[in-house]
Ligand binder design. Structure first.
Ligand SMILES: [Zn+2]
Ligand SMILES: [Zn+2]
Length: 371
């Protein structure tokens, strides 16, 4: 089945806004692998080989670029374009000083306001591999990586225009999907992504799915309706036996009775001090009720920085004890459960169909143009 209504993009490329939310004035670019050409306002300035290093600065005249030998002038836009089969670069902000990012393919630099806009234009599958490593770490099972790759690709295509007004597709932060640059610790990750090339999750009408995921569901995933007030039939609660032994399955937090009493008072609640609608786990509630009053559990989670909104509350002496399960919003795929499913022999399609109900894997075909 073909997915309809997708954005027209190049078959292989995506633009990622680097160091999003940071105001970068100065950065160092270096070639790690392959060969590049440097273009200023579209004109070729020179070619660069591995080890070449350039300092890029925002100035009132434009973007200046120089190496140890000379300065090349000021431009509105710079492009470092990889021209060999494998091209890897590093970009290190020096003002402010931030950790360098190493990534594949091209780097574009422009300005917005009085700062640099730094964009990595790279092959979509390489972006997926980098995001897979950021999300799943370097040692997860292959079928988990494949399942997660389909989710990351679906998100990227569905949200392709999210940052269009800033000149790129997605940012490198949690706001979109965290992308720390090149996948470099495990080459199986890139292969796992490629093994699912073009595959996305869609509903039966061909609409791309909301492919939410989280670290651990605590044994029961949350519906989109409970977590976000958004009723999506494929994001319904799933009993998950696979994550029970994992690192983030359970948590607890102790709050003094005085602090709890004050907290409830600030919410307009004086009595009772324990919710009266609490059921023993497992069930996920949206509100706790205290007599006539209601407390949104998502608000409680935020106020106390809890790992999840799946919890019970009890009193032990002069303390209130919050006993919770899981880590994250609980909607969609449970990463630790999915890893365990892969370990015990399920393949990625099984994993996706377990966490997302009534969806299909579709082939994504962009309206390709020539690079
Ligand atoms: Zn974003
Ligand atoms: Zn789970």
């Amino acid at each position: 089945m073909l997915v309809s209504g997708l954005p027209a993009i190049r078959a292989a490329d995506i633009r990622i806004g680097f160091f999003y939310d940071q105001e970068i004035y100065s950065a160092v670019f270096s070639v790690v692998q392959g060969e590049y050409i440097l273009l200023g306002d579209g004109d070729q300035i020179r070619s660069l080989r591995s080890g070449s290093i350039f300092l890029i600065d925002y100035t009132s005249d434009g973007i200046t670029v120089k190496d140890t030998a000379q300065s090349y002038g000021a431009f509105d836009q710079l492009e470092f374009r990889g021209i060999s089969s494998e091209n890897v670069f590093s970009i290190k902000p020096v003002y402010p000083s931030l950790e360098a990012k190493e990534s594949d393919d091209d780097l574009l630099v422009s300005t917005s306001g009085q700062k640099l806009t730094i964009i990595n234009r790279l092959d979509l599958e390489k972006y997926i591999a980098g995001t897979l490593e950021t999300e799943g770490g370097p040692d997860a099972p292959v079928e988990y990586y494949k399942a997660q790759a389909v989710l990351i690709r679906t998100y990227a295509v569905k949200n392709f225009h999210r940052h269009a007004f800033e000149g790129f597709n997605l940012c490198d932060r949690q706001h979109c999907q965290a992308f720390n640059g090149k996948s470099r610790w495990n080459e199986e990750i890139y292969k796992a992504g490629l093994a699912t090339e073009n595959e996305v999750l869609a509903d039966h009408d061909g609409q791309l799915a909301n492919t939410a995921y989280h670290a651990n569901c605590g044994g029961l995933t949350a519906s989109a309706a409970t977590a976000w007030n958004e009723d999506l039939s494929y994001l319904t609660p799933v009993n998950d036996p696979f994550c029970s032994e994992s690192a983030h399955n359970q948590w607890s937090k102790i709050i003094s009775m005085n602090e709890w009493r004050q907290y409830l008072f600030n919410k307009g609640i004086t009595f009772p001090l324990l919710p009266d609608n609490m059921t023993p786990l497992p069930s996920r509630l949206k509100y706790f009720t205290f007599g006539e009053r209601r407390l949104l559990i998502s608000e409680l989670r935020q106020d106390f920085q809890l790992k999840s909104s799946y919890l019970t509350i009890s009193q032990q002496g002069n303390n209130i004890v919050l006993n919770g399960r899981g880590y994250g919003h609980g909607v969609g795929l449970c990463q630790e459960g999915a890893m365990e499913m892969a370990r015990v022999g399920f393949v990625y399609v099984d994993i996706l169909m377990f966490y997302f109900r009534d969806l299909v894997i579709s082939q994504y075909h962009s309206e390709a143009t020539v690079k």
